[in-house]
Ligand binder design. Structure first.
Ligand SMILES: [Zn+2]
Length: 341
């Protein structure tokens, strides 16, 4: 038996581990519960009682030796690891090799819009993405069964009473007008939802910024000047603006605003469909019914509202031709916006 122990001691002393696999093989053979040492301890019962003590001591020595060697092998592997790393020359003058992310183009446009309107006194407001029928439709002058509701089909969570994912952030306008006293000057940015087939030009969710201003004697001239200022700040001072009459249930009169195409400078290209103009937002004077629905005297107060899609503005600003790119998290796409960070 002592021959076997001698051989084991020699084997342990000579053991090396250059890789994690070799270390693991050593551990299995000499340290783990099923190691050869385990077999030796099991053998104790077969030894003559008078020799047991001596044998037990010998086995314990082997065990200690095996454990010390194991620590040695671990330390050896660790120093080999760090040794490899520190062997490369370090140039402290180089910029750190950290792969920083970028500001998402939608975040950038969102921040720019907020910044521009904050300069002229607009607050930023927030509201729930899951809305009831009153705040999303009824209070905004969408009568039940009105075809305008069809244009804003969404995802219903409950029915009777209807609870749905909001189709616009105009619901935030209602929540503010219900709970506060005019004057109001607020922006409501946020995610909105529509039940639409996903394509390059439409998605089942997108981001919108709604803005509104309610006070005594607010008129169309205030709406136009505010939006002229906005378009020039965002797209450049040489940007031309035009309004086209439109229809929204919650504003009267309503208008869509176009800007001169910032890609072809009005000469005509496929982005502006060779018209020289691109639509960027919808706007109008808040319908007196909407003010009254929120308990505001429409004889005393008037206001304007506007809404725009952040994706659409970002598409125009960065010439992105597919809406889906914004939510696919493709690093090749996102890396193109490094200059914005
Ligand atoms: Zn164009």
């Amino acid at each position: 038996m002592s021959e076997k122990i001698k051989a084991l001691k020699a084997e342990i002393s000579a053991a090396t581990a250059k890789t994690q696999d070799e270390l693991e093989a050593y551990r299995l053979k000499f340290i783990s519960r099923k190691s050869v040492l385990g077999d030796l301890f099991a053998d104790i019962k077969n030894i003559a009682p008078e020799d047991r003590k001596a044998f037990g001591q010998e086995v314990n020595e082997v065990k200690q030796l095996a454990e010390e060697k194991f620590k040695e092998l671990i330390a050896g592997l660790e120093s080999a690891d760090t040794g490899n790393k520190s062997s490369a020359p370090v140039d402290l003058t180089l910029p750190p090799n950290i792969n920083l992310g970028t500001v998402h183009p939608l975040t950038y446009v969102h921040n720019r819009i907020v910044e521009i309107f904050q300069k002229i006194g607009f607050n930023v407001a927030d509201g729930p993405e899951i809305e009831d029928d009153f705040h999303n439709f009824t209070a905004l002058n969408f009568p039940e069964n009105h075809p305008a509701r069809e244009m804003q089909d969404t995802f219903f969570i409950e029915s009777n009473p209807d609870i749905a994912l909001r189709t616009h952030t105009s619901s935030v306008q209602i929540r503010i007008m219900e709970n506060q006293k005019p004057p109001f000057r607020a922006l409501a940015p946020g995610r909105v939802f529509r039940n639409e087939a996903i394509s390059a030009r439409a998605h089942c969710f997108f981001h919108q910024v709604e803005g509104f201003f309610v006070d005594k004697n607010v008129g169309l001239v205030d709406l136009k000047q505010t939006l002229y200022y906005f378009a020039k700040e965002l797209f450049g001072q040489d940007t031309k603006v035009r309004f086209r009459p439109s229809y929204f249930p919650f504003t009267e009169p309503s208008a869509e605003m176009d800007i001169s195409c910032n890609i072809c400078k009005g000469k005509g290209c496929n982005i502006c469909k060779y018209s020289g103009w691109v639509e960027i937002l919808g706007s109008g004077m808040i319908d007196p019914n909407v003010l009254e629905n929120c308990g505001i005297d429409s004889e005393e107060y008037t206001g304007f509202a506007f809404g725009m899609g952040i994706e659409r503005i970002a598409m125009l600003k960065f010439q992105v031709n597919d809406l889906r790119l914004y939510s696919e998290n493709d690093v090749r796409f996102l890396n193109q916006f490094k200059h914005l960070s």
